[in-house]
Write a protein that binds this ligand. Structure first.
Ligand SMILES: Cc1ncc(C[n+]2csc(CCOP(=O)(O)OP(=O)(O)O)c2C)c(N)n1
Ligand SMILES: [Mg+2]
Length: 382
């Protein structure tokens, strides 16, 4: 069964479309974040092919509107929990291209010092002092109970903060998703749960993921409000999320959103998508690309000139070029970096010699004098 598109928005007929009502400057910001997401990922693909990216590369091609439009509805004090396809949301929340490039290249001065990969890094803590995005972990669904805990602290402390957690269609099949959303619902926590229905989980189509007609129907079972929207329409995503965020902030408890979108690339760059029916990807690319659609809205309805959009595109490219230069010039981690921030920082004890790293241990401890053909202390081969 082909991936479905959204039914008409549940909010149809409601007073005001909050996306349409945004001033033009804010609408152009949305364009900036979506284009930045796509262009930065394209740069990462080039670096991946040059073997400069360490580990897998996960694309959000065709899903930029859902990540950007939803995170755009949060305040800076709110907290967001992303997944691999939410680089756009992280950018909106303040992650920088240079951090992301360094992280993907596992550089020593990347947010996790080369100890984690892709966009697995976070910045959370006090409102106003941190950017408010969690470092994601791989086990699917687990960030839902984590965000139930985070938003429970907001409620207990009486803080005016909302949490938003992204999960994929596949993640909804986990026990963690169920336990987390159920607990948050019972506690009436200020949590927005976004299900990104992109048609696939690895190679499993949504028709094999759930017997429910649509994921948003699960809201009834948890006793929370649910809404589905066209995930490739950035203004609709903003509208739907903003209303959900406002309701959560007003004390109405958990809000479940389902964004209808499509994963145009494989799970990661290595996936050849042989399981996708012929023509499906091409159809979504031609008829439902979120950037193409938004450009049409901006040009035809908002009367934005081509020159204005070209200028934003050029600015983005020069920002990405500068960030790439910085990331490429960054050093790789030193072996001892692996210990920083793990136990006491700095470590109270001297590390054991064999933990000092390959160079130190093999040159200074293990290698007998005169062993082999290479002696770094004598300046090279001899
Ligand atoms: C509990 C658990 N099971 C399996 C995996 C392996 N895994 C990683 S991503 C993925 C597919 C995720 O699909 P979905 O939730 O739809 O997100 P999408 O990749 O489509 O954005 C799977 C099965 C995992 N990380 N965690
Ligand atoms: Mg999916």
């Amino acid at each position: 069964m082909p991936p479905k598109t959204a039914r008409p928005a549940a909010a149809a007929g409601s007073a005001q479309h909050l996306g349409d009502a945004l001033p033009i400057e804010r609408k152009l910001e949305l364009y900036y974040w979506m284009r930045l997401t796509r262009s930065l990922e394209e740069r990462l693909v080039a670096l991946y092919r040059q073997t400069k990216v360490v580990g897998g590369l996960f694309r959000s091609l065709g899903q930029e509107a859902d990540a950007v439009g939803s995170c755009f509805a949060l305040e800076s004090r709110d907290v967001m929990s992303p997944l691999i396809r939410n680089m756009g949301a992280m950018l909106v929340k303040g992650a920088t291209p240079v951090e992301i490039l360094k992280q993907y290249m596992a550089k020593g001065d990347s947010p996790t010092r080369g100890r984690e990969l892709n966009i697995h890094f976070g910045d959370i803590g006090e409102a106003g002092k941190t950017r408010g995005f969690l470092g994601q972990i791989s086990p699917l669904g687990d960030m839902v109970p984590v965000m139930a805990g985070v938003t429970m602290t907001f409620k207990m402390r009486g803080e005016d903060r909302v949490g938003l957690v992204y999960v994929g269609d596949g993640a909804t099949s986990t026990g963690a998703f169920h336990e987390g959303i159920n607990f948050a619902a019972v506690q009436r926590l200020p949590l927005v749960v976004v299900i990104e229905n992109n048609g696939y989980a690895y190679s499993t189509p949504t028709s094999k993921q759930t017997a429910a007609e649509q994921f948003v129907d699960k809201a009834i079972g948890y006793g929370v409000r649910g809404e589905q929207c066209d995930g490739n329409d950035v203004l609709a995503v903003y509208d739907c999320t903003k209303r959900a965020v406002d309701r959560a902030r007003a004390g109405e408890g958990v809000q479940l959103l389902e964004f209808m979108t499509y994963r145009r690339k494989g799970h990661a760059e290595h996936d050849n998508q042989s399981y996708v029916p012929e023509g499906e990807i091409e159809r979504w690319a031609a008829e439902n690309d979120p950037l193409d659609r938004y450009v049409r809205v901006l040009r035809e309805r908002e009367r934005v000139s081509k020159a204005t959009l070209d200028e934003i595109d050029a600015r983005i490219l020069s920002e990405i070029d500068a960030a790439t230069d910085l990331a490429e010039a960054s050093p790789f981690p030193q072996p001892l970096d692996a210990l920083i921030g793990v136990y006491a920082d700095p470590p109270a004890e001297q590390p054991l010699w064999y933990r000092e790293g390959a160079d130190v241990s093999s040159l200074g401890k293990e290698r007998a004098d005169g062993w082999g053909t290479y002696d770094a202390s004598k300046g090279g081969p001899r």
